[in-house]
Design a protein around this ligand. Structure first.
Ligand code: ADP
Ligand code: ZN
Ligand code: ZN
Length: 826
C-alpha cells in the first residue's frame, strides 16, 4: 500500500447554491467542509447572515472567484439524491444554451410551490437580541409595520406564511420584509407540504359463481358486477344495483365477492374510468420499428429515432409496446405531446393499457397542488409513464428508460415566453444523451430539423408508410375560390363543400371544418370611409365577435376584441369617423362560418372548438366526447383540431381557407402550412367509411398546397431544405432573436439601435439584422423592437446572455428578452 495517496489530499471544494430566500436571485458560493459529501441537487442548509436557510446545490468546483476568507461553509446536507443524477446538468445546459440565468431556468423546471416565495414562512430570528424602540424607529416605515405584525404572532413557533403577511399588509409588505431580512431580524424558510393523506376507496371483485340459492337482490348485484367486467367501485355498484352496502357486505361474507381497498390518487385527468385494453398484434412495419427501439433500450444507447408515419399508421401502438418493455424493466418513460387538447384521448389509451396507477399527466393546466403531487410521485423512482406537454421534459423522473416525443414537428414544444425560450426537443435530445436512453420522435409530417438530423446521420429513420388496415389516405380536392367568385358564389363555402356537407348530413356521417382564425372575422371596416377599428394598446385591428355563442366571459352583444391584450369594445352602431351604419366584415372566423352554416343547413348541429370555447381543461374532453357520441354533425374549429383527434365517424374534412396559413412572410410558413393542412386532412376516414378532404384556397398553385394535395411532403421538404441552405436559415444556420420593448417608443428605438451597433463591433462570425421594429410593432402599449443574429449552427459565438443584455441596455424602462432558435422571426 502506498503511503501517500494523492487523491486523499483534500483540496478546497466549493458549491454554488440557490437559496430559499426573498430577494436573492443570484447563486451563492459556499465552501464544502472536508467531512461533508455534497452532490449536485442535494438540499442543503447554509448560513446566510446569522440565519440558516435551505438551499439546492447546483455547481461544485475546486476553485472560487471569491477570496477564501469571505466564504462560509455549508452546515449540513438535509437530503441527498432526490433528483436524478443528470438532472442538474440538464438544467445548467439549458440555462447556458438559452442564455438565461440559472435561477430563472430552475424556476421553469421546478413546480411552482418549490421556489414560490408565497409558500414560505417567516419567523423572527430566534438568535436575535430583541431590538429596542430606538432601533425599531430607525428602520423603514414598511419594515416597522411588518415587524409589529410579526410581534402579534410571535407565539406561533412555525411563524406566519408570507402570503398571509402580504394579504394583511398589502404591497408594502414586500419592501418591509426585504429590509428585515437584510437586518437579519427575521428568517425565511420553506415549509414542507403536508403529505396528502392517501384516500382509499372500496373495490368489489367477483370471487366465485353462486352455487347456492341467493336472494333476487343478491343475484342482481352479482350480475351487475359481472357486466362491469368483474370489478367495480363499491359506491358505484350500490348505485347501479340500487342497493345498500350491507347487501354487498353479506355477499362478501359468503365468499361470492371480495372487497378490497384501492388508493385514490389526487392527480389531474383521472376523473373517469377507462376500460383495459391489450397490446395489438403488430404489422410488419410496426414490428420492425419496435424491434429497433427495443434493442436500443436493451443496450442503453442514446439513439435517436425518427418514426415517420401518416396519421393512423399505428405510431402510438409502437410507443405503447416500447413503453411496456420499459415498465417491465422497472424503469419509467416520458411521453411529450403538443397540447393539452390532445392529452385526454392519448392518456386514456395509456391508462387503458397500463392502468391508472402507472400513468401520470403533467402539464401547466394542472392546479398547483396536482402539479406538486405528480412531481413528488416522479421523485419516488417508481416505474411510471409521465405524459406531458413541453415543460414535462423537465420531469424529475428517476430511472428514466425512454423518451417519446409525439408530433415532434409541433410548434407548441417551443416556449415563447418567459425565458428560457427552450425547445423541448432540444432538451429531450440532451437528456437522452446524458442518461444514455433512446429518444423516439414521432410525426406524420417531420420537421425540417428532424429530417435534416436524419440526413446528417444523427438519427435512425423508421417508417410506417400505411394506415392500419390499409385504409387509404383520403383524397384531397382543391377548390379555387376565385372561380367561385367568378361564378357568382359569394358564400365563404364553395359549391363543392356545400354539396359535400349536404351529402354528409344525408348519410348521417360527421365532419370537421377547419378555420385558420377564431372570432367572427379578422377585422371590420366601414363601407363608406374605410375606417377600421384598431386596438388602442396594440398595433392590430380589433376582431368582431358575435354574441350567438356566448361563453361566460363574453359580452352579450356584438363586440370587437383585441386578441393580443383582450381590449373589448361594444360594436358601434355607426362608423365613429363618418357616421355610416354599414360595415364590411373581412376574413372568416369560426363564428362567421357557424352563421353561414346555420343559414345554408338550418338543421345542422354544430360544435365550435376553438380557444374561446375551450378555456378550461375539461372543456376539451367534454366537447370531443359530445362530438364522438354523435351529438353534432360538424365540428367547427381552429388549429386545435389538427392535434391527434381520432374520431372514426369523421368522413369529411373541410378547410375553409388555406390561405391564412400561407401568407406569412416567415421562412417557416411553408413548412408550417403543409404540416397543418396534412394533419387536418388526416382527421378524415379513420374509420370504416372512406374519407374526403376539401380545401378552399385563392392560391392553388402554392407549392405547399400542391404538396399536400399529392401527399408529396417529402419532396416539398427537400425543396424547403435546399432553400434554407442557400439562405443559411435553420436547420443549416442558427438564429437568435433579441427582443426589446418599452412603453417609451423613442427610448426603445434608441436602445435597440445602440445594442445592434455594439453587437456589430464584437468580433464574432455572425450576421446582424436590425434593429427593426417587430412586425406587430406595439402590443399592450409596449413598443417592440428586435435584433436578429444569424450564424453557423453549433458555433454559438459569444451571444450575450440575458444578464449581459440587461446590463448593456441599462434601463428599467426597457424590457429585454433573448430567444435562441426562434420559431418565428416576425
Ligand atoms: P397513429 O398514432 O400513427 O395515429 P395509432 O397508433 O393511433 O396511429 O393507430 C391508429 C388506429 O389503429 C388506432 O385505433 C389503433 O388502436 C389501431 N392499431 C394500431 N396498431 C394496430 C395493429 N397492429 N393492429 C390493429 N389495430 C391497430
Ligand atoms: Zn366611416
Ligand atoms: Zn390590444
Amino acid at each position: 500500500m502506498e503511503l501517500f495517496d494523492l487523491a486523499s489530499i483534500k483540496r478546497d471544494r466549493y458549491v454554488s447554491v440557490i437559496v430559499d430566500c426573498i430577494g436573492i436571485e443570484d447563486l451563492l458560493t459556499y465552501r464544502i467542509p472536508e467531512d461533508i459529501e455534497v452532490q449536485i441537487g442535494d438540499v442543503l442548509s447554509v448560513p446566510l447572515g446569522n440565519r440558516q436557510v435551505g438551499a439546492i446545490a447546483l455547481q461544485i468546483s475546486d476553485t472560487s472567484t471569491i477570496t477564501n476568507t469571505e466564504i462560509k461553509s455549508i452546515s449540513l446536507v438535509i437530503s441527498s439524491g432526490i433528483f436524478p443524477k443528470t438532472y442538474w446538468e440538464m438544467l445548467v445546459r439549458t440555462a447556458d444554451y438559452y442564455r438565461t440565468p440559472l435561477m430563472q431556468t430552475v424556476k421553469t423546471a421546478l413546480p411552482p410551490k418549490l421556489l414560490d416565495q408565497s409558500h414560505y414562512r417567516i419567523k423572527i430570528n430566534p438568535n436575535l437580541t430583541v431590538p429596542d424602540n430606538l432601533e425599531i424607529h430607525k428602520i423603514l416605515k414598511s419594515a416597522q409595520v411588518v415587524w409589529e405584525f410579526l410581534q402579534e404572532h410571535r407565539n406561533n413557533p412555525k411563524g406566519i406564511s408570507r402570503r398571509y403577511i402580504s394579504q394583511k399588509l398589502g404591497r408594502s409588505a414586500s419592501s418591509g420584509l426585504k429590509e428585515l431580512n437584510k437586518l437579519a431580524w427575521i428568517e425565511t424558510y420553506l415549509e414542507l407540504p403536508n403529505r396528502p393523506k392517501p384516500k382509499y376507496e372500496d373495490v368489489v371483485t367477483l370471487a366465485k359463481e353462486p352455487d347456492v340459492k341467493l336472494g333476487i337482490k343478491q343475484i342482481e348485484v352479482l350480475k351487475i358486477l359481472q357486466l362491469q367486467g368483474g370489478e367495480c367501485l363499491k359506491t358505484e355498484l350500490c348505485k347501479l344495483a340500487n342497493t345498500t352496502t350491507s347487501t354487498v357486505q353479506s355477499l362478501e361474507n359468503r365468499g361470492f365477492l371480495t372487497i378490497s381497498k384501492r388508493e385514490v390518487l389526487r392527480l389531474g385527468g383521472k376523473s373517469h374510468t377507462v376500460n383495459r385494453d391489450r397490446p395489438k398484434d403488430l404489422t410488419t412495419d410496426q414490428d420492425v420499428a419496435l424491434q429497433q427501439i427495443l434493442s436500443a433500450i436493451a443496450s442503453q444507447t442514446a439513439l435517436h429515432f425518427l418514426l415517420h408515419g401518416v396519421t393512423g399508421s399505428g405510431k402510438t401502438e409502437v410507443y405503447l409496446q416500447a413503453i411496456a418493455a420499459i415498465l417491465q424493466a422497472g424503469k419509467s418513460a416520458l411521453v411529450l405531446v403538443p397540447e393539452i387538447g390532445l392529452t385526454p384521448q392519448l392518456t386514456d389509451r395509456f391508462r387503458a393499457r397500463f392502468g391508472d396507477a402507472k400513468v401520470n399527466v403533467y402539464h401547466s393546466q394542472l392546479s398547483e397542488g396536482e402539479r406538486f403531487d405528480t412531481w413528488r410521485l416522479m421523485l419516488t423512482g417508481d416505474a411510471q409513464v409521465v405524459i406531458g406537454t413541453r415543460s414535462a421534459v423537465f420531469a424529475p423522473l428517476a430511472n428514466l428508460g425512454l423518451i417519446v416525443m409525439d408530433e415532434e414537428h409541433d410548434n407548441s414544444f417551443k416556449q415563447d415566453q418567459p425565458q428560457p425560450c427552450y425547445h423541448a426537443r432540444t432538451i429531450a435530445e440532451w437528456r437522452s444523451q446524458l442518461e444514455n436512453i433512446p429518444l423516439v420522435l414521432g410525426s406524420a409530417t417531420p420537421s425540417a430539423e428532424a429530417i435534416y438530423a436524419h440526413q446528417e446521420g444523427k438519427s435512425i429513420y423508421l417508417e410506417l408508410p400505411n394506415r392500419i388496415g390499409n385504409k387509404t389516405m383520403p383524397p384531397i380536392e382543391i377548390v379555387d375560390m376565385r372561380d367561385e367568385f367568378k361564378a357568382g358564389n359569394y358564400s365563404i363555402l364553395s359549391r363543392r363543400l356545400q354539396v359535400a356537407i349536404a351529402a354528409m348530413l344525408e348519410s348521417k356521417q360527421q365532419g370537421i371544418l377547419f378555420i385558420h382564425r377564431r372570432g367572427y372575422s379578422t377585422f371590420v371596416s366601414c363601407r363608406a370611409c374605410g375606417y377600421v377599428a384598431e386596438c388602442p394598446n396594440c398595433d392590430v385591428s380589433l376582431s368582431y365577435h358575435d354574441p350567438i355563442s356566448p361563453t361566460a366571459y363574453q359580452p352579450k352583444s356584438a363586440h370587437l376584441r383585441c386578441h393580443y391584450c383582450n381590449y373589448t369594445l361594444v360594436q358601434p352602431k355607426s362608423c365613429p369617423e363618418c357616421g355610416s351604419p354599414y360595415f364590411k366584415h373581412f376574413g372568416s372566423g369560426t363564428q362567421k362560418v357557424e352563421q353561414e352554416l346555420a343559414k345554408l343547413f338550418p338543421s345542422i348541429r354544430l360544435i365550435r372548438f376553438d380557444s374561446d370555447t375551450t378555456r378550461n381543461k375539461d372543456q376539451h374532453r367534454l366537447l370531443i366526447d359530445q362530438f364522438r357520441s354523435g351529438e353534432a354533425d360538424l365540428l367547427v374549429g381552429t388549429q386545435m383540431l389538427t392535434k391527434g383527434l381520432d374520431i372514426p365517424q369523421v368522413t369529411l374534412v373541410g378547410v375553409v381557407s388555406a390561405d391564412g396559413l400561407l401568407n406569412f412572410s416567415d421562412y417557416r410558413a411553408g413548412e408550417r402550412a403543409a404540416q397543418t393542412l396534412l394533419q387536418v386532412a388526416g382527421r378524415a376516414g379513420r374509420g370504416e367509411e372512406e374519407g374526403k378532404v376539401i380545401m378552399q384556397t385563392y392560391t392553388p398553385e402554392h407549392p405547399a398546397i400542391e404538396a399536400v394535395q399529392s401527399y408529396q411532403l417529402d419532396a416539398f421538404m427537400q425543396t424547403e431544405l435546399a432553400m434554407r441552405e442557400a439562405l443559411h436559415y435553420p436547420p443549416m444556420g442558427q438564429m437568435v432573436l433579441i427582443h426589446l420593448s418599452s412603453e417609451n417608443a423613442e427610448a426603445v428605438e434608441k436602445s435597440a439601435n445602440e445594442l445592434a451597433e455594439y453587437l456589430r463591433q464584437l468580433e464574432n462570425d455572425w450576421d446582424i439584422l436590425g434593429a427593426t421594429p417587430a412586425t406587430i410593432a406595439k402590443v399592450s402599449n409596449r413598443y417592440r423592437w428586435q435584433i436578429l443574429l444569424k450564424f453557423a449552427p453549433e458555433v454559438l459565438p459569444n451571444v450575450p446572455n440575458l444578464d449581459e443584455l440587461r446590463m448593456l441596455v441599462n434601463s428599467k424602462a426597457i424590457r429585454v428578452a433573448i430567444d435562441v432558435d426562434p420559431m418565428t422571426i416576425l
